[in-house]
Design a protein around this ligand. Structure first.
Ligand code: PEP
Ligand code: MN
Length: 441
């Protein structure tokens, strides 16, 4: 057995109950024969960028939908998500004079862990993401269908094609900085602040041009490096997209640049940690409040035994009530032992609450968890390396608060997520300004 298949002998949480092994094998064979979505050199360049973050020389911005869906995989929605990420990135870069490594939750975020296999309200199998079944509440729709993994590969490929075109084809040119601002946020406080900053940037660019710098030939200004990521949840999918590079003999999971392991599947002796410990990608691992410092250190050693800087990003998602007490002993333990780590903060998943049956999060909790994360790192002298958030490029009303003061009564307005509540563009931009301020101090 190949070492890449050892996971098959280990307990694997959160896998769909695929009804038919023959169907599953057919889907696997198709995926294994398809071209990779990204390449090994690209994956290595993300490791290099993340090594800068680990050394405190850059900041990681990771964001996108909780769950992408096939129906929402449209040109406009992809464009708007990319715009929002670019806006946040430029706010952080300009505001904190820090290079920002941009990683989207896009082109592959189609599988979700669920708390129950059967949904209590309907008695049907839970919706596990478009890569597994359909969200419609019928028995036929909810049947796990392995061919949906093949469909999500193709959906990822078309999204990635557009993302790559946006990143380098003129759309992300810094001279377009004003155009990334959406009409519906322009009149908000964050939108106005963004307009002012964009005008400053334009002035700085005009100055550089007047000094004789050829802006049109400066790749760092005419395009961006935008990497892709998703949770490595469906092991058959991730394994089928894992390819051994001819030149080096090393395996890479070429379904995305960065793959993360979720809070529910990070068991030390589980299948997810085993498979992802064997691929050469930068790996993320979510860390919730129940993780002990010893367990996190063991995870760090298992996922990055060679202590390669940029290889491992630990994404804490403690919740606002726990970040200040649960995170410090973990950082201290890992740091004392020496594996280099990017410390990133997911201020979303520890702060989900239920308001009359609707899943939401409050902007104040999100912001306060990020503040706590920065405070903890400041006290320990470590680098608060990144932010991991769920966002859209639209004007949804899924998270409470923010400058628009979205209230409980507004949640019914535009609540469109297929899974967890996302920050809307205005909230995301507001957060970026506040994080840029935290980074300056
Ligand atoms: C997610 O990122 O959507 C997610 C499910 O997070 P976690 O594993 O931290 O709960
Ligand atoms: Mn989520």
């Amino acid at each position: 057995m190949s070492a890449l298949d050892v996971w098959r002998t280990l307990p694997a949480k959160q896998q769909p109950s695929w009804p038919d092994p023959v169907e599953l094998q057919a889907a696997y064979d198709q995926l294994a024969a398809l071209p990779p979505l990204v390449t090994a050199p690209e994956v290595r360049s993300l490791t290099d960028r993340l090594a800068m973050v680990a050394r405190g020389e850059a900041f990681l911005l990771q964001g996108g939908d909780c769950a992408e869906t096939f129906a929402a995989n449209t040109a406009n929605k992809i464009r708007d998500k990319v715009k929002t990420l670019l806006q946040m990135a430029v706010v952080l870069t300009y505001g904190a004079s820090t290079p920002v490594v941009k990683v989207a939750r896009i082109a592959g975020q189609y599988a979700k862990p669920r708390s129950a296999d059967i949904e209590a309200s309907t008695g049907l199998p839970s919706y596990r993401g478009d890569a597994v079944n359909d969200i419609a509440a019928t028995a036929a729709a909810r049947r796990p269908d392995p061919m949906r993994m093949v469909a999500s590969y193709h959906q990822s490929a078309v999204a990635l094609n557009l993302v790559r075109a946006f990143a380098t084809g003129g759309f992300a040119d810094l001279s377009k900085v004003h155009e990334w601002n959406k009409a519906f946020v322009r009149d908000s406080a964050a939108g106005r602040r963004y307009e002012a900053m964009a005008t400053d940037i334009e002035r700085a660019m005009a100055f550089m041009a007047a000094c004789g710098i050829d802006l049109d030939r400066t790749a760092a200004l005419t395009g961006v490096e935008l990497f892709t990521s998703h949770e490595g949840l469906l092991l058959e999918y991730e394994r089928a997209l894992t390819r051994v590079e001819d030149a080096t003999g090393n395996p890479y999971d070429l379904s995305a640049h960065m793959i993360w392991i979720g809070e529910r599947t990070r068991d030390l002796d589980g299948a997810h940690v085993d498979l992802l410990s064997r691929v050469g990608n930068p790996i993320g691992c979510k860390i919730g409040p129940k993780a002990s410092p010893d367990e996190v250190l063991e995870l760090a050693e298992r996922l990055n035994p060679q202590h390669i800087p940029g290889r491992l990003t630990l994404i804490s998602r403690m919740g606002v009530g726990r970040v200040r007490d649960a995170l410090p002993p973990i950082i201290e333990k890992v740091n004392a032992a020496g594996p280099p780590v990017v410390w990133s903060c997911d201020p979303m998943h520890g702060n989900t609450r239920d308001v009359a049956g609707v899943k939401t999060r409050h902007f104040d909790d999100v912001l306060d968890e990020v503040s706590g994360f920065f405070e903890v790192h400041k006290a320990l002298g470590t680098h608060p390396g990144g932010l991991h958030i769920e966002l859209t490029g639209e004007n949804v009303t899924e998270c409470l608060g923010g400058a628009e003061l979205i209230g409980e009564e507004d949640l019914g307005g535009r609540y469109e997520t297929a899974c967890d509540p996302r920050l809307n563009t205005g909230q995301a931009l507001e957060l970026a300004f506040l994080v840029a301020e935290m980074l300056q101090h």
